[in-house]
Design a protein around this ligand. Structure first.
Ligand SMILES: NC(=O)C1=CN([C@@H]2O[C@H](COP(=O)(O)OP(=O)(O)OC[C@H]3O[C@@H](n4cnc5c(N)ncnc54)[C@H](OP(=O)(O)O)[C@@H]3O)[C@@H](O)[C@H]2O)C=CC1
Ligand SMILES: O=C1OC[C@@H](O)[C@H](O)[C@H]1O
Length: 398
């Protein structure tokens, strides 16, 4: 049997998603049928303290060989790290990713890729110049369910697709009119590029784009974008809707997001809720249920209404029961598939992933820029700038 390609990860920031992602890639790849790549935690860095990084490594049950750093600068200089996973708030992605690229590191950067398209273009330009791998960590795209649905669409199973609607909303409204986040929280804090659009709307757009943009043949047409934004008291957006129009393709998309009403009012499985994604074609429709960042259930409905023409498919996430005491996240959350993709790209010398390439990440950032412009959604210059500054406070202690 061919040997496995091993990728050595460096984790930049030690918050919630860094923990989930790292626990996920530390599961045994064989438990998800993967035998060609494997992952190692080489190092983790916290901008707060070295002890925080040590606690992170312990919490994820990382190997004793994993190095703990008290700064992002030290991490990007570690010769034993192949790729850096950037897991800071959106506000920091541009400066942190540039820091890693400038030090010769490949990068997997959390969503939203950057605050604006100019920053995304600069990251791509830098990765291209330095011949480094760079990928936006939109994990949803690498789920078997997403791959299957893109195949069904390309195979014409529901005919010619004309419309995709997608919603990702969470109900966080309180009786006093506020939201259930402190104003300093990354979800609503403009200094951290908070708001529904960049945090959740990116997933609604992901569903629209992975069908109506990604599946286009030949040179892709970009959409006209019409956005409506309502803001929270902090200045971050809380209710945002986007209409995307592709006249040449004869397609339209509708992507919505909110922090006040829920896509799934009775919980993640939400049997009572309408589908969160509808992909509508001339011969039928594909629907996706639940939280669309982690899609586990889809339905294919073929036109005609005869029995046998409605198929429900459930795609559970494989678990690794050997990983001790890690709860649901430790045994598999679904983030390992994007880690496998990054590993295979590194192994094969690819600079970008075909499933979400640089051009498409930039196109989505451009759509979000258009919505923000129409809705007057601006963030501080410190986090909007596309000028790299190694000494930016965003690369320092927090
Ligand atoms: N793919 C997915 O499903 C998810 C993706 N995300 C994305 O991951 C990113 C991080 O989110 P999440 O992990 O939930 O956030 P957390 O607040 O839990 O963690 C962010 C980490 O970033 C570091 N950091 C550096 N500067 C700051 C600062 N000024 N304020 C706050 N944190 C700072 C801290 O780590 P340290 O002190 O160690 O430096 C902190 O723990 C976001 O871009 C978000 O969109 C989030 C949730 C789910
Ligand atoms: O990416 C995400 O997916 C899950 C959400 O709960 C989280 O806020 C968001 O950042």
């Amino acid at each position: 049997m061919a040997s496995k390609y091993t990728v050595r990860w460096g984790i930049l920031a030690t918050g919630g998603i860094a923990t989930t992602f790292t626990k996920d890639f530390l599961t045994n790849p064989a438990t998800r049928g993967v035998h060609d790549v494997q992952h190692v935690l080489a190092a983790a860095a916290s901008s707060s303290s070295k002890s925080r990084a040590e606690a992170f490594i312990k919490d994820v049950d990382g190997p004793s060989s994993a190095k703990a750093y008290g700064s992002y600068h030290e991490l990007v200089k570690d010769p034993n790290v192949d790729i850096i996973y950037v897991a800071t708030p959106h506000s920091h992605h541009f400066q942190n990713t540039m820091l890693a690229l400038e030090h010769g590191k490949n990068v997997l950067c959390e969503k939203a890729f950057t605050v604006n398209a100019a920053q995304a273009r600069k990251l791509v330009e830098t990765a291209r110049e330095k011949k480094l791998f760079l990928m936006e960590a939109v994990w949803t795209r690498y789920f078997p369910l997403s791959i299957k649905i893109r195949e069904l669409v390309k195979d014409g199973v529901i005919g010619k697709v004309h419309r995709v609607t997608a919603d990702l909303s969470i109900a966080e409204a309180k009786d006093d009119g506020g939201l259930d986040f402190p104003d300093s929280h990354r979800m609503v804090n403009p200094d951290l590029a908070g708001g529904a659009l960049l945090d959740l709307g990116i997933y609604s757009l992901t569903w629209v784009y992975q069908i109506l943009y990604h599946c286009q043949e030949g040179k892709r047409e970009k959409p006209e974008v019409l956005g409506a934004v309502q803001k929270y008291k902090t200045g971050a957006d809380e209710l945002t809707s986007i209409l995307l129009n592709w006249p040449g393709q004869k397609t339209q998309g509708f992507a919505s997001t909110s922090l006040r009403v829920a896509t799934n009012p009775d919980g993640e499985g939400s049997p009572a809720a309408a589908p969160a994604v509808r992909i509508q074609g001339t011969k039928g429709e594909i629907q996706v249920f639940g939280m669309i960042f982690r899609p586990l259930h889809y339905r294919v409905i073929l036109a005609g209404g005869k029995s046998g023409q409605v198929e429900d498919v459930h795609c559970p996430i494989p678990t690794d029961k050997e990983r001790k005491g890690k709860g649901d996240e430790g045994v598999g959350h679904g983030m390992f598939w994007e880690a496998d993709e990054a590993a295979r790209c590194l192994r094969d010398g690819k600079l970008e992933s075909d499933t979400l390439n640089w051009e498409e990440s930039i196109a989505i950032m451009e759509a979000m820029d258009a919505v923000r412009k129409q809705g007057g959604l601006v963030y501080p210059e410190l986090i909007e700038t596309a000028v790299y500054d190694e000494k930016s406070p965003l690369n320092g202690e927090h």
